[in-house]
Write a protein that binds this ligand. Structure first.
Ligand code: PEP
Ligand code: MN
Length: 336
């Protein structure tokens, strides 16, 4: 059960509500986010919500049978939208396209990518400055200095930035230069990081863990939400299966399932999802048909020279074609 308190609830109203709920043998957790004030109540006893509903201080109350609560659609039926400012809104009503290299490499590379995105009407650029690499000897990113350079160039073109944060200490140094913090697949269950991102007033996109279930992804989102930050996106990026013909197995099923279970926008990452350049497009289009609110993919002026993930990276010609086809696919889904 979730109780939403009215804004500025009085201490005495809150105390009366807590007493009533505890009398029903429910455990309570108070959650104060940047948008709302909630009481999460966990218990088994059946009782009539109307006994609480009339109490002063309660704005809304619902039974939520899912174990994750605030991210559940049983709590919020209307889908959430994430506003990045300057007319860039992610979620219901539009398809968000986020594209860019796996790694930020040079000023020239960033300029070229921004020009390509701008020419094709894309408002959000992806790129990594802190790269989680399987080998410690591989390129691990330009760090915050690279992010600052990218930010200067992107702001001049009105393009937003989504980039991965790998550890708690990076949040503060990245904060001023990031529009969406990405939690990578290797960090989906880094609960310290999720707790800290709950305190941040910028959107967070959480990728599904490499071997993570849909439910685990929703719990990770619940961490950030209950930590105080409601501005959340979920990303299906493929999971590890026994299949060796592709890098990962993008779980198309997860898209409609997540859309049914949560009010948060669902993004698909076909680049990591399949890991093979020539198949990124069909998987991206399939994700749109399955109901994704956005697509994030890798593109580079010379994929064969990319510092990371070149094998799954589109060149700008392929990227422009994909953008065009994504828009057509989205219009088709909307027309159904
Ligand atoms: C990336 O986006 O480049 C990345 C490393 O993604 P993931 O965490 O999904 O592997
Ligand atoms: Mn990558």
């Amino acid at each position: 059960m979730i109780i939403q308190f009215v804004k500025n609830i009085s201490a005495s109203s809150k105390e009366s509500i807590l007493q009533m709920v505890k009398a029903q043998e429910y455990k309570t957790t108070e959650v104060l986010t940047q948008q709302g004030h909630y009481l999460i109540c966990i218990g088994k006893k059946e009782f009539d919500l109307r006994t609480l509903g009339h109490m002063p201080g309660i704005a809304d109350i619902h039974r939520v049978s899912d174990d994750y609560k605030l991210v559940s659609r049983k709590w919020k039926v209307n889908r959430s939208q994430i506003d990045l400012g300057d007319g860039v809104v992610i979620g219901e009503g539009s398809l968000s396209i986020m594209a860019g290299p796996c790694s930020i490499e040079t000023e020239q590379q960033v300029e070229g990518t921004l020009t390509h995105l701008q020419a094709n009407g894309v408002r959000i650029m992806r790129g990594g400055v802190f790269k989680p690499r399987s080998s410690p000897y591989a390129f691990r990113g330009l760090g915050v200095e690279g992010l600052k350079m990218w930010y200067q160039l992107a702001r001049a073109k009105g393009i937003k930035i989504v980039t991965e944060v790998m550890q708690v200490s990076q949040i503060a140094e990245m904060y001023d230069y990031v529009d969406v913090f990405q939690v990578g697949a290797r960090n989906t269950q880094n609960y310290n990081l999720l707790d800290e991102l709950g305190k941040v007033d910028k959107p967070v996109m959480i990728k599904r863990g490499i071997s993570g279930t849909i439910e685990e992804l929703l719990y990770s989102a619940e961490y950030v939400f209950s930590g105080g930050n409601e501005k959340l996106l979920l990303c299906e990026r493929g999971i590890r299966t026994y299949e060796k013909a592709s890098r990962n197995t993008l779980d198309i099923n997860a898209i409609p399932i997540l859309k049914e279970k949560t009010h948060l926008p669902v993004i698909a990452d076909p680049s990591h999802g399949i890991g093979i350049r020539e198949f990124v497009e069909p998987v991206a289009l399939a994700s749109v048909m399955a109901g994704a609110d956005g697509i994030i993919y890798e593109t580079h002026q010379q994929p064969e020279k990319a510092a990371s993930d070149g094998q799954q990276t589109l060149d700008f010609e392929e990227s422009a074609r994909l953008i065009n086809r994504l828009q057509k696919a989205y219009a088709l889904v909307q027309s159904f």
